[in-house]
Ligand binder design. Sequence first.
Ligand SMILES: [Zn+2]
Length: 278
Amino acid sequence: MLGKKLVLALGLVVCVSVSLFAATMTNYVVNVGQGDGALIITPSGKVIVIDGGDSTSTTSKMMAFLAKKAITTIDVLVLTHPHTDHLYGLTTILQNKIVKAVYDPKYPATTVAYTNFKNAVAAEGCPYYQSKTGDTYSWDSALSIKCLNARSSVSNVNNASVVLKITHGTNTLLWAGDAATSDTENNMVASYLSYLPAKFLKVGHHGSSTSSGATFLSKVAPRYSFISVGAGNSYGHPAAATLTRLTAAGSLIYRTDQKGSLRCSTNGTGTYTIALNQ
Ligand SMILES: [Zn+2]
């Protein structure tokens, strides 16, 4: 009997310590080939998906990754902008998983791919919100989430990108979509300077030379840069000049084409734990 009580008491101690100290946020940049797909498990266990990669092949790499992580329900699904390398996989997810809310800039794209996505959102029947620059999101009470960019009327679709700054205690993360330097990064430096510092950066536009400008990077000052990029892609991503700028900014660089799906776990007290080949 005493033994049983001891086990119960130990169980209580474990429960208390889990609730107080293990408020981990897990951030995955999924190896979707040339494209973007991210999965975030928030401290309270909410599931956020940012982009779903391409799915020109018969199987979606993002779907396979969600299955591997036993994800069946997505609380928040974000499409940063309606390019197929971010979009296709989300349509598949909407058709196969429970999705509770969808956000995108509602850029007026008329492509078949985007129409299919919107039809899948309608079929799912969940709330569908337009993300706008300056939004704040209360997706998890342990997080502060600010939308630094999301625009529906820009000439370059990449600059529609939802850019999210997520603050988890003293941990800071910036998800840059495909935002370009010449427009969006400069806007954020001008309007959201205090939000830019982030130790973790999902590098903009697959490491393209037209993103990750020196001024922007000097304000973000990332320590860990994750680049989502396909091996041998025809765009030449990531650009050598971008890698040089990231290194000059003091960042370590991790690439999905070299290290597979990447994980960055944060504990809310400033620790970042990186894991490769997830
Ligand atoms: Zn892209």
